[in-house]
Design a protein around this ligand. Structure first.
Ligand code: ADP
Length: 864
């Protein structure tokens, strides 16, 4: 056995090996240690290996799913080694001592799950493969629980944003790829061949060319090869549901890098000390979907807002239509609420792990979808997107009719007991069931007969897995049945009872067993045929699931909008960002829960006024204002209504957010370092069409350094990047930039001191902030009065000093503009270079060389 185990373990490599022994999966050695720790189960030992006891732990096979879920969550991957023959077969093959053959039947990893119990209903589970081909990156991603697959080709500077958008639970990369994420699973580089990718996709979808699915580049196909190869490996040759791939253009989406997503808390919020969760995130504040599939689609929409006005407007028109008809929307949502998760049921069926219940879900989901179709078809003024979705909601009549006849109303999740095929679907099956039904009745009759014959009223006919049917009497009556010609044969003596068999009972029991076995085999055949039918229709079923999800998202967005008085944004091609009465949906919710009111604020950026410097006290609402505008852009480009009175948004190509210190200390970077890395990324990647929010740049370092950096960053954003930008700062000195930067304006959040206390109004106003109210905020926060008083004394000193010297920004007024200074230096460098080029060093005497050096220094303006 040890040899078999070790061979399988070698194959499983760094995955934990679940080794099937009877009703248990056992783990040994280090696997056992790791699993026992994660699962908090007892670590025992069994036998010895090289003289040392072998550590072991095990989980019951019937409840293995729950344990798998926990191991996967803890970052483990698991190889399942199951028995591939029965003990009887093994004996027949190799005698009584033969070892049952086992093989790894599947690898369970975070990205290759389909089990309902292991998946979150409202979250997609993405597996991604990446590779690099001639400087371009191919990304293939799929959610095998629903079969969605997409391919993308992106330049190096968009790789981070693309991976951040996908949020994959597992990434596969070729060995030795330097740009791969640290925790990527590596596979041999030869698995990532574009020719293989193309061939596999063609054979998977039985087409001669992929043209009908879209335009795929070599890097995309190479990544697809890596992805399919990995799935093949994980499923041991059995591929899960994969729908035809969709090509994603890398510029079709509003790009957001990892830091931006984290700081805007799009799909999960950073909870102090508690990791991240959906609670407090944007999606939680927006999601009113009534189905899991809808919620997953919404998450996808918010992760990848669009950059194409027509596509955004199409979504908005559908939301608008549902928004304007609350009755229709209510009815639609009511019907949709009851629809099972079609996509995931289909995923399990295709993966070969479907149950009768999954088939029942397909039947119910598809017939409900048809009802929705008929109901919407009758509606007036349908928007174009709805008309495009309608055909996908119907067309499954033959399948649903067949399934309705074939299956009982609520089929079970287990096939073992049978009983899921409906009566009258198959007469042969009905007959078999009748036989076993008759036999059961005959057994009941036998019980009455034996009672009468023996006069033992307590006699019972019972059944268990070991003996089958037997007669049981209390021990004190047993003697009468023990006599040789009583017609009963003794089977077993228990503590208080004795068990017997009888010929007639044996006959009836065999009839039941035989008919039952045949009936079950017949049900299995029907089950397989029904699965085949569903698999053959997988593309249409997946299209229906996608259409329903899209409808659910639109209805949910409309519902959310009407709950919160949100408006339909107007999209434009210019560089405006005009938001009237904007609000932050998450902060507004939090305030409402405390009974407080959110103060709506306007934002009005344009070509001539594209950088707003926002000052004001801490806690005054600066970062909330910054974030709310970024979120409004994101929501609008995702095709939804926005929390504002009105919004006109010039399309944004990239969104950047540097707000609040992200907790990156675990990765060994200081807050200031993180801030600078992120700021550098913004300056390098933002374009004129981007929207950037920056909060307190420079806060993490000394006052002088910080101010200097903030100053330079504002200048660069204004003069070089020229994107739209909201910049919050507590450096009053930056206000002087308004003198030199013409598209920059000054704003502040208002506060007032009233009877010695600070009142934060959370209202945005024009003009620079008059003071910072830092001490008042400290007092508000509960810093002891003596400390605040002492700080006041120190501040007075400092301010007196500033009055004399002009403050730390004294002299910055005549600082040449950043860009101008750089240009000047370049000019000088060029004339110097020209002169150096023209000089033949070997032809110079030492004296001439010295003179030349003096001349060059004079030209460069560095000679005193
Ligand atoms: P700052 O960035 O200026 O320090 P924040 O944006 O973090 O301030 O806001 C601090 C707190 O003020 C928030 O947690 C919220 O409770 C409240 N707040 C912010 N903006 C508003 C607003 N517009 N209306 C009402 N309360 C607000």
């Amino acid at each position: 056995m040890m040899a078999q185990y070790l061979a399988l373990k070698a194959e499983a490599a760094d995955c934990l090996l679940f080794y099937r022994m009877g009703d248990f999966f056992e783990l040994f050695f280090d696997d056992a240690r790791r699993a026992a720790q994660v699962l908090d189960i007892a670590l025992t030992s069994r036998g010895e290996h090289q003289g040392v006891p072998i550590p072991m732990c095990g989980v019951p096979a019937h409840s293995a799913e729950g344990y798998l879920a926990r191991l996967i969550k803890a970052g483990c991957r698991v190889a399942i080694a199951d028995q591939t023959e029965t003990p009887e077969e093994a004996k027949k093959r190799g005698g009584s001592k033969a070892l049952v053959a086992r093989a790894i039947v599947r690898f369970v990893t975070a990205g290759t799950l389909t089990e309902e119990a292991l998946l979150e209903p409202r979250r997609a589970n993405v597996l991604a493969a990446i590779c690099e081909l001639r400087g371009s990156f191919g990304i293939a991603a799929c959610d095998i629980s629903t079969g969605r697959m997409e391919l993308e080709d992106c330049p190096a500077d968009r790789l981070g944003a693309a991976l951040a958008r996908l949020g994959a639970s597992e990434v596969v990369a070729p060995e030795g790829m330097s740009a791969a994420p640290q925790d990527a699973i590596t596979r041999p580089a030869r698995d990532f061949s574009s020719d293989t990718g193309e061939a596999r996709l063609k054979s998977l979808h039985a087409v001669a060319t992929l043209d009908a699915f879209g335009d795929f580049t070599r890097p995309m196909l190479a990544a697809a090869a890596g992805l399919i190869g990995y799935l093949d490996h994980a499923g041991r040759g059995k591929l899960p549901l994969l729908l035809p791939p969709v090509a994603r253009a890398s510029d079709a989406h509003l790009a957001m890098d990892e830091a931006t997503r984290a700081s805007l808390e799009v799909l999960s919020a950073n909870q102090a000390g508690r990791g991240s969760s959906r609670q407090g995130s944007l999606i939680e504040a927006v999601d009113r979907c009534v189905t899991g599939a809808g919620a997953r689609q919404l998450a996808d929409d918010l992760s990848a807002p669009l950059t194409n006005v027509a596509a955004i407007e199409a979504r908005l028109a559908l939301v608008d239509w549902l928004h304007s008809d609350p009755l229709l929307r209510g009815d639609l949502r009511e019907v949709m609420r009851a629809i099972p998760d079609l996509g995931r049921a289909l995923g399990r069926v295709v993966a070969g792990r479907g149950s009768p219940r999954d088939l029942g879900q397909l039947r119910d989901g598809l017939s409900e979808s048809r009802r929705i179709h008929d109901f919407l078809k009758g509606a007036k003024f349908r928007p174009a997107l709805l008309d495009a979705l309608l055909p996908a909601l119907t067309g499954h009549g033959a399948l649903t009719d067949h399934f309705t006849r074939a299956l009982v109303p609520t089929p079970p999740t287990e096939r073992g007991q049978g009983g899921y095929i409906a009566e009258q679907f198959d007469h042969g099956l009905d007959e078999l069931r009748q036989i076993s039904g008759d036999a059961r009745r005959a057994i009941a009759a036998l019980e009455a007969k034996y009672r009468a014959d023996t006069g033992i009223a307590a006699l019972k006919i019972r059944h268990n897995g070991v003996l089958g049917y037997f007669i049981e009497v209390p021990a004190r009556y047993a003697d009468a049945l023990m006599v040789p010609d009583s017609g009963f044969t003794h089977r077993q003596t228990m503590a208080g009872a004795v068990r017997f068999n009888a010929l007639a009972l044996h006959d009836e029991a065999s009839r039941i067993a035989q008919a039952g076995g045949h009936a079950q085999a017949r049900e299995e055949e029907h089950f397989a045929a029904l699965c085949e039918m569903a698999i053959a229709a997988r593309q249409q079923i997946a299209a229906t699931a996608a259409a329903l999800a899209r409808l659910d998202v639109a209805a949910g967005q409309a519902e959310r909008a009407s709950e919160g008085g949100w408006c339909r944004p107007a999209l434009a091609e210019d560089r405006a960002l005009e938001i009237v009465g904007g609000r932050h949906p998450v902060v507004e919710n939090a305030l409402a829960a405390r009974g407080d009111r959110f103060v709506a604020n306007d934002c009005a950026l344009s070509d001539s006024d594209r950088l707003w410097l926002i000052g004001g006290p801490n806690m005054g609402g600066k970062s909330t204002f910054l974030r709310q505008n970024a979120l409004i852009v994101l929501l609008a480009q995702a095709g939804g209504f926005v929390p504002a009175q009105s919004a006109r948004i010039g399309l944004v190509d990239r969104l950047f957010s540097r707000v609040g210190a992200s907790d990156n200390l675990a990765r060994g970077r200081s807050t200031f370092m993180v801030e600078m890395v992120e700021t550098a990324a913004i300056l390098a990647q933002a374009t004129e069409r981007s929207f950037v929010i920056l909060d307190e740049v420079g806060r993490g370092t000394s006052t002088y350094d910080g101010l200097a950096l903030a100053w330079a960053v504002v200048e660069a954003v204004h003069g070089t990047t020229r994107c739209r930008c909201l910049f919050a700062t507590h450096y009053h000195e930056l206000a002087r930039l308004a003198e030199s930067c013409d598209a920059l304006s000054l704003h502040h959040v208002r506060a007032r001191e009233w009877q010695g206390d600070l009142v934060l109004l959370h209202e945005l106003a024009n003009g620079p902030a008059d003071r910072s109210y830092g001490l008042a905020v400290a007092k508000l926060a509960g810093v002891p009065t003596p400390v605040v008083a002492r700080a006041k004394a120190v501040l007075d000193r400092l301010e007196k000093g500033r009055a004399q010297t002009g403050g730390i920004a004294a002299g910055l007024g005549d600082l040449p503009l950043f860009a101008a200074a750089a240009e000047h230096n370049e000019d000088v460098a060029d004339t110097l270079r020209a002169r150096l080029d023209a000089t033949d060093l070997d032809a110079l005497s030492p004296r001439e060389a010295l003179e030349l050096l003096y001349e060059l220094k004079r030209d460069a303006g560095t000679l005193p």
